[in-house]
Design a protein around this ligand. Structure first.
Ligand code: ACO
Length: 381
C-alpha cells in the first residue's frame, strides 16, 4: 500500500489495475489487444470476435461465434421507454452523446420486462443496443422513422443498416469493424477507469457504462475527431495548411487530433486507421481528401515540433478516425457515439475483470483548506 502524500493530480503514472485486456506502450507506440498487436487483429476480426476475445480471452470457434452473435442480436431491439425518450431527446435536439447516455440508462428496462442483475446479460444488452440507440436517435433527429434491427446482419453491418436503411457493402462493414476493433480497449483511459470505479462499488453494469459514456464525451477524451475533420475541411488545399495551422498555434489553440497523454510517438491506432482509410478511399476512387489529410498531418506534426519543442506531439487516433468515419458517410456528430459503440466492448470486459477482483477503488486526497473556522449563525453572515 502506498503511504506517501505525493499528489498525482491526473493519477499520471499510477498503476491502479492489472489487466489482460490491452497494453499500451507510449514510448514504443505499441498497442496489444488481448495478446494481439492491434494491427494484427483490427483488420481481420469481426467486432463480435473481438468482443468474445476480450470477454473469454480466446477466439470463438464457429459454433461459439454463431451463438454469441445470436445472443447479442437478441438485445438489439429497444423498449418503448427507450424509443419515447429518444423521441423527446430529438425534439430537444440534444447532442447524440447525451441521447446515448440517457437511453443507455433505460436498458434496465427491456421490451419484455426488467433486465435483471446478471452482469453477462447486462453486458450483452448494453453492447448490442448501443448501435440501435445511436442509429434510432439519428433518424429521429433527422425527421425519419427508426428502423427495426436486422438479426441477419452482424453488429457493424446492422449499425450501418439502421442508420441508412441500406444494406452496407462488405468494404464498408470491414472499414467500420476495423475502426471498432481499433478503439475497443486502450488501457486505463478515463472512461474505462470511470467504469471500473463504478463497478468496484458493487454497482451494476448499466450504471458503470452510463458513467463511462459521460467520461468519453469530453473533448479531451473522445470528442476530438469531429473538430479534427472540420480543420481539414477548413484548410481545403494542401498549400493553405501551413498558414492556417501556424496562425492557430500562434493564437495558443490546440490542434485537434494531435498529442496524447501516453503516446509520445505516433499512436499505433493512427497507423491502423490510416491504412484502413487509404484502402477504403482507394476502393471508393476518391483519394483527394485522403491526400489532403496526409499533407495536413505532416505539416501539423512539423509545426507542433517547432511551437512545442520537446513535447513530442504526434498524430493521435482521432485524426484518421475522422477520415475513415467520414468515408463511411457517418456524420461528424456521430463520430464520438461511434467511438462509444466500439469502446463499450472494452468497458464491459473491464467491468468483468473488476468484478472478479472485487476490490473497491478508493484513492486518497490531501486536504489543503483551513481547519479552524468558527460557525456564524445565518442572521450574522
Ligand atoms: N495542439 C497544440 N498544443 C498542444 C496539443 C495540441 N494538440 N496537445 C498538447 N499541446 C501542448 C499544450 O498546450 C502544452 O503546452 P505548454 O506546456 O506550452 O502549456 C503541452 O503541449 C503539453 O500539454 P498537456 O495538456 O500537458 O498534455 P496532455 O498529455 O495532458 O494532453 C491531450 C493530452 C489532452 C490529448 C492534448 O494533447 C490535446 O488537447 N490534444 C488535442 C485534443 C485531442 O486530440 N484529443 C483526443 C485525444 S486521443 C483520445 O483520447 C482517444
Amino acid at each position: 500500500m502506498m503511504l506517501s502524500n505525493t499528489i498525482n493530480p491526473g493519477l499520471d503514472g499510477v498503476i491502479a489495475a492489472q489487466t489482460r485486456l490491452s497494453s499500451v506502450d507510449g514510448q514504443l507506440g505499441e498497442l496489444i489487444i488481448a495478446g494481439f498487436p492491434a494491427e494484427e487483429l483490427a483488420g481481420k476480426a469481426t467486432f463480435e470476435e473481438t468482443l468474445y476475445l476480450l470477454w473469454h480471452d480466446e477466439l470463438p470457434t464457429a459454433a461459439q461465434l454463431s451463438d454469441f452473435q445470436a445472443a447479442l442480436a437478441a438485445y438489439r431491439p429497444l423498449s418503448e421507454t427507450a424509443l419515447n425518450l429518444l423521441r423527446g431527446a430529438a425534439q430537444a435536439r440534444v447532442p447524440a452523446m447525451d441521447a446515448l447516455r440517457m437511453a443507455a440508462s433505460t436498458l434496465s428496462l427491456q421490451p419484455g420486462g426488467g433486465l435483471g442483475n446478471d452482469p453477462r446479460q447486462n453486458a450483452l444488452a448494453v453492447v448490442a443496443a448501443s448501435p440501435s440507440i445511436v442509429a434510432t436517435y439519428w433518424r429521429l433527429l433527422n425527421g425519419q422513422e427508426p428502423l427495426a434491427p436486422r438479426p441477419d446482419l452482424n453488429h457493424a453491418a446492422n449499425y450501418l443498416y439502421m442508420l441508412t436503411g441500406q444494406e452496407p457493402t462488405p468494404e464498408r462493414v470491414r472499414g467500420l469493424e476495423t475502426y471498432l476493433n481499433t478503439v475497443v480497449d486502450h488501457g486505463l483511459n478515463a472512461s474505462t477507469f470511470t467504469a471500473r470505479v463504478i463497478i468496484s462499488t458493487q454497482s451494476d453494469m448499466i450504471s458503470a457504462i452510463v458513467g463511462a459514456i459521460g467520461a468519453l464525451k469530453g473533448p479531451l477524451h473522445g470528442g476530438a475527431p469531429g473538430p479534427a475533420l472540420d480543420m481539414v475541411f477548413e484548410i481545403g488545399q494542401a498549400e493553405r495548411a501551413e498558414g492556417y495551422l501556424r496562425a492557430k498555434l500562434a493564437r495558443g489553440e490546440r490542434l485537434m487530433g494531435f498529442g496524447h497523454r501516453i503516446y509520445k510517438v505516433r499512436d499505433p491506432r493512427a497507423e491502423v486507421l490510416a491504412a484502413a482509410a487509404e484502402r477504403f478511399y482507394q476502393a471508393d476512387g476518391n483519394m483527394a481528401l485522403y491526400e489532403l489529410a496526409k499533407s495536413v498531418e505532416q505539416t501539423a506534426v512539423a509545426l507542433l515540433a517547432e511551437f512545442k519543442p520537446g513535447r513530442n506531439l504526434q498524430t493521435n487516433v482521432e485524426f484518421y478516425t475522422a477520415l475513415l468515419l467520414h468515408g463511411l458517410d457517418l456524420p461528424t456528430d456521430l463520430f464520438t457515439p461511434t467511438f462509444a459503440i466500439g469502446r463499450v466492448g472494452g468497458w464491459t470486459a473491464h467491468c468483468f475483470e473488476q468484478q472478479a477482483l472485487d476490490h473497491l477503488i478508493r484513492p486518497k486526497s490531501v486536504y489543503d483548506g483551513p481547519k479552524d473556522r468558527v460557525w456564524i449563525a445565518v442572521e450574522w453572515r
